[in-house]
Design a protein around this ligand. Structure first.
Ligand SMILES: [Zn+2]
Length: 158
């Protein structure tokens, strides 16, 4: 039985998301993150990655990236949350999504997209509504740049 099902998302109102099909314990591999393996040179030369943040683009190693923006990559439907319950993991040229918390049946499966902070962060508002939400899709260790209340957390974590 699959651990997830595809449903209309509560986070991304226009889109879909993945939901836990049953209770999932922390540390479980939920789904492979698949796509086309491309060279860094292809990434650099492609218009596709020019003007938007590389939501579906993953760094595999110093030669290759993975472009997950393909229809057969179900994991691309996973939305960002500032209180994510899963994270991307990888080894070699393989990527997958693993639970980092216990997830209840029916909960949306979420990851941290890990965007760095830069001048165009406002293009990517976050609607996850979690208490950790800084309002934009920015990785954990950069959220204090947008909202000072996150600064305290950084000190505790380091
Ligand atoms: Zn958020």
């Amino acid at each position: 039985m699959k651990l997830y099902k595809i449903k209309k998302s509560n986070i991304d109102r226009k889109g879909r998301g993945l939901y836990a099909a049953r209770d999932i314990k922390a540390g479980i591999k939920i789904i492979d993150y698949v796509g086309n393996i491309i060279t860094k040179k292809q990434t650099e030369n492609s218009d596709k990655f020019d003007n938007s943040k590389p939501i579906y683009l993953f760094n595999l190693n110093n030669r290759y990236d993975l472009d997950g923006d393909v229809s057969w990559n179900i994991a691309r439907l996973i939305n960002h949350s500032c209180s994510n319950n899963c994270e991307y993991e990888g080894k070699g040229l393989k990527l997958w999504v693993t639970s980092i918390k216990d997830i209840k049946k029916g909960e949306e499966i979420t990851c941290d997209y890990g965007f760095g902070y830069d001048s165009d962060y406002k293009q990517f508002p976050c609607k996850c509504k979690s208490k950790n939400c800084c309002g934009y899709i920015v990785r954990t260790d950069s959220r204090w740049r947008i909202n000072k209340k996150f600064k305290k957390n950084i000190r505790i974590n380091r």
